[in-house]
Design a protein around this ligand. Structure first.
Ligand code: SF4
Length: 204
């Protein structure tokens, strides 16, 4: 077992990084209060608040804290993972951490943006989101990425309109398609209609 994997399997030492996103989050969520509160969560070794965590200074805070506090899990409480999960995975990898030991809590799209004007409730929800992310982080294990060969073929089950369209789209993208239908003909319910909108033609 290498040192990085061993460190990941040791008792969790979690760093929580709370992002203001300027006023995108901090304008609605009391991030200062959330930061103080997060220090009491189990296995949390440090909590840092940043104005913009994805910016270079914010990422440097993460790298610095991982080394200084010997962190083996990181929770970034910021925006949607769809936006910055690759950023923060790369950030923790820079300091030798397995990227799958980084977890996110979405305080922006799932909280501040949808609860504008409800500061107290949004702050409580932000705490719940972070509590959940920390709980998940405590159970993370390092993952390795594998590359495997795949057969460029697809099986579509059901020859109704949806199945036919899926088969056509897959074929157009260069896949061999096998379309399976239990009835004698394809077309599903659509094939039984005598008129279809907007042309009112027979569907067959
Ligand atoms: S990490 Fe996300 S929430 Fe934080 S500043 Fe960047 S975009 Fe905004």
């Amino acid at each position: 077992m290498d040192d990085v994997t061993k460190m990941a399997l040791d008792a969790p030492r979690i760093g929580v990084f709370v992002c203001d996103c300027g006023l995108n989050i901090a304008g609605t969520v009391d991030t200062a209060a959330v930061t103080e509160w997060a220090r009491s969560l189990p296995d949390v070794a440090c909590v840092v608040r940043n104005k913009y965590t994805c910016a270079d200074p914010g990422q440097n805070e993460i790298r610095k804290a991982v080394v200084e506090y010997k962190l083996n899990r990181v929770v970034v409480a910021s925006c949607s993972p769809r936006m910055h999960e690759p950023t923060f995975r790369g950030c923790v990898m820079d300091v030798g951490m397995n990227p799958y030991l980084m977890e996110m809590a979405n305080l922006r799209e799932h909280c501040s943006w949808v609860h504008a004007g409800e500061k107290d409730k949004a702050t409580e929800k932000a705490k719940d989101l972070i509590r959940s992310a920390v709980a998940r982080a405590r159970h993370l294990t390092p993952q390795e990425e594998l590359k495997v060969k795949v057969t460029k073929a697809a099986l579509v089950i059901g020859g109704g309109v949806t199945g036919i369209q899926a088969a056509l789209d897959l074929a157009d993208s260069g896949h061999q398609v096998y379309l399976v239908e239990k009835e004698a003909t394809i077309g599903g319910i659509m094939a039984g209609l005598d008129k279809t909108y907007p042309t009112m033609d027979c569907s067959i």
